[in-house]
Design a protein around this ligand. Structure first.
Ligand code: EPU
Length: 336
């Protein structure tokens, strides 16, 4: 089924809770619906596919068509003693998929518990948390172009990097992700060495289990990150910058307690949250917007904020980080 609306409020479709409208809003349930939409010419430029709007900042009303997938199947395509292969519609809630994997005893997705958003956007953004990125469990991604042709990208062809994929590149602007195929393990194997996971797991007796690891991740996230249904936000606002090792060494001299992650022999990732925190931003407010008091990387809408106010605060933060550390930080959130 296809549903269309004109002059439609995007308030329920962006987790920042910015009150803007779109000229047209279209939802579709199947690949066939999307093909009909494209080939009938109903989708005029500009158009923008969105998931649950958990990584978007709307600066003004959208003068085009917003497309939202409700393709919501989970199809088991193959199963062996060790592995399952499952293809999932782009409109499935990401965390519903993680919960499904955990319930079925499939390993690989549990560290990505409670990340807001939908499966299609997760594959575009290469969501990541607690030592795992979604690319680690993706086998292929299927897209549809404006002529209605489907194309399957094997994971190697997706050019995955830190919060990056080929689907963010300019050549993909004629395509929409319609489904994602995953491979999960049936044999036990956890990623527990990131941050406080092991500490959190001490709340549970015995060896780690899938439900306990999922719950530990949920508890860590709930403790640090504001619930978007209560306080508008889009998770990490900035990406963690990657700097060369010489830059890192000189910073380390000035700030011996600076956390970091090795990327490769020549590059190091510095947590933007730590730098923003050192600049004194945690808990600061500017009118209707502010910096979360438990995670400096999260900007919040305290109620009725405009996108431009969030963008102005982000610019102020970016400048102060540059002044203190001589490092440029860039938004993870997409401005529309
Ligand atoms: N830190 C501070 N002050 C703060 C917050 C953090 O000094 O206010 C320090 C922490 O002590 C730690 C370091 O900064 O040493 C990194 O913090 P954390 O582990 O919380 O992770 P992050 O780098 O801030 C990234 C992802 C998150 C993901 C977490 C956990 C990015 C942009 N963000 O955050 O992803 O949940 O790691 O893996 O890579 C998201 O993308 O929306 C998101 C929430």
């Amino acid at each position: 089924m296809i549903q269309e609306c004109n002059n439609y409020s995007l308030l329920p479709h962006n987790t920042f809770g910015i009150d803007v409208k779109t000229a047209h809003f279209i939802e579709y349930d199947t690949e066939e619906d999307l093909r009909r939409l494209f080939t009938s010419g109903k989708v005029a430029r500009p158009w923008l596919p969105i998931g649950s709007g958990s990584n978007l900042l709307f600066l003004k009303d959208y003068e085009g068509t917003i497309l939202h997938s409700r393709i919501n199947y989970l199809k088991l395509t193959d199963e062996t003693k060790e592995k399952v292969h499952i293809c999932v519609g782009s409109g499935v809630e990401w965390d519903d998929f993680v919960a499904y994997c955990v319930q079925h005893g499939w390993y690989g997705a549990e560290n990505l518990s409670l990340i807001p958003g939908e499966v299609g956007a997760a594959a575009v953004q290469n969501i990541g948390a607690y030592g795992v990125e979604v690319k680690d469990i993706i086998e292929s991604v299927t897209t549809m172009d404006v002529q209605g042709n489907e194309q399957v990208y094997a994971v190697e062809a997706c050019h995955y990097g830190y919060r990056h994929s080929i689907f963010k590149e300019i050549e993909m602007q004629n395509k929409i992700v319609t489904s994602v195929c995953f491979c999960l393990r049936k044999t036990e194997g956890f990623t527990l060495n990131y941050g406080t996971i092991r500490e959190e797991l001490k709340n549970y007796s015995g060896e780690p289990t899938l439900p306990n690891v999922r719950q530990a991740i949920i508890d860590i996230r709930k403790n640090k990150l504001p619930d978007p249904s209560v306080v508008g936000n889009a998770g990490s606002f900035f990406m963690n910058p990657v700097v060369d090792r010489t830059k890192y060494e000189s910073l380390k001299n000035d700030y011996p307690d600076m956390p970091y992650y090795n990327v490769d022999e020549t590059r190091v990732k510095i947590p933007a949250a730590w730098m923003i925190d050192r600049c004194g931003w945690k808990g600061q407010t500017r009118g209707a917007v502010g910096v979360h008091d438990k995670q400096a990387l999260v900007l919040i809408n305290k109620g009725g904020a405009k996108g431009s106010e969030v963008a102005a605060l982000a610019e102020e933060i970016k400048l102060s980080v540059f002044q203190q550390f001589k490092i440029d930080i860039f938004p993870e959130v997409k401005f529309v």
